[in-house]
Design a protein around this ligand. Structure first.
Ligand code: ASP
Length: 258
């Protein structure tokens, strides 16, 4: 186990994409009945006084509920991340994101970029208007991770925990500690702005931005079908008749198919 007590003074770029962390409700204090992606990334930063004066830059890449994430937004985000990572003055990137597809975005960025600097996805389970919003603390923690010397790879930070891109998954629908790394446990925890790390940073060989460098409307059409008791082949036949180019089967048990 290692703990890190210093922070680098390099610039951290905050890329906004929307999500509940940027959500708002007309009913003060409502944790569930809200609309995601209402606040700009600049507004989110302004809600964290402890970040005032820190070397930060903000850029709004998208403004959506992450259930509506799509290939074009992923392409734009990956390009923005790569562009900023290439700047010597940039220490790391923080991406504000919705929780619904955070794990997909984390895995995509890790596979495509395998960054040598930290790319920290941050989200919240409660909107910015909640009585006890979790977004501001999560954002503060995410910046602390991005400023940690030696940090690299794509990770997610929520509820004081740091999860590696190849482990992170959403496991609860409304609790603020909704994310898990499964049996592996989190990569680390953030305690009072200090990263206490239990495992190595995500690593691997980058596929490269080229794999995303085509018109997203021309990407192959791949669907996910689930296997379950009573599942009928008609669903697969209907997809094939409609021209689907690939199928991923989410099986039961140890990948069994009905
Ligand atoms: N639907 C929201 C989103 O993924 C949920 C959240 O952010 O917690 O954008």
């Amino acid at each position: 186990m290692t703990s890190t007590i210093e922070h680098s003074a390099g610039t951290v770029v905050i890329l906004g994409t929307g999500g509940t962390i940027a959500g708002a409700s007309s009913v003060a204090g409502d944790n569930v009945g809200y609309t995601a992606a209402q606040r700009s990334v600049a507004d989110l930063l302004a809600a964290v006084p402890a970040l005032a004066g820190a070397p930060l830059e903000a850029e709004q890449v998208a403004q959506l509920d992450s259930k509506d994430m799509d290939a074009a937004t992923w392409q734009a985000l990956a390009r923005a991340v790569a562009r900023h990572l290439a700047r010597p003055a940039v220490q790391g990137i923080v991406v504000t994101h919705g929780t619904d597809t955070l794990e997909e975005t984390a895995w995509l960025l890790q596979q495509v970029l395998a960054p040598a600097k930290p790319v920290v996805l941050v989200a919240a389970m409660r909107p910015a208007t909640a009585l006890a919003a979790d977004g501001p603390q999560n954002l503060l923690d995410a910046v602390a991770v991005a400023r940690t010397p030696g940090a690299r790879g794509v990770v997610a930070v929520l509820a004081g925990q740091v999860h590696a891109a190849d482990r992170v998954r959403k496991v609860h629908t409304y609790r603020t500690d909704a994310f898990s790394s499964g049996d592996a446990g989190p990569l680390g925890v953030v305690e009072e702005g200090v990263l206490r790390r239990f495992a190595d940073w995500p690593a691997g060989v980058a596929l490269g931005l080229d794999v995303l460098d085509t018109d997203p409307t021309q990407w192959p059409w791949v669907e996910i079908v689930t296997s379950h008791a009573g599942a009928r082949g008609d669903a697969v036949r209907a997809l094939l008749a409609a021209g689907v180019q690939g199928l991923v089967v989410a099986g039961t048990g140890n990948g069994s198919v009905h």
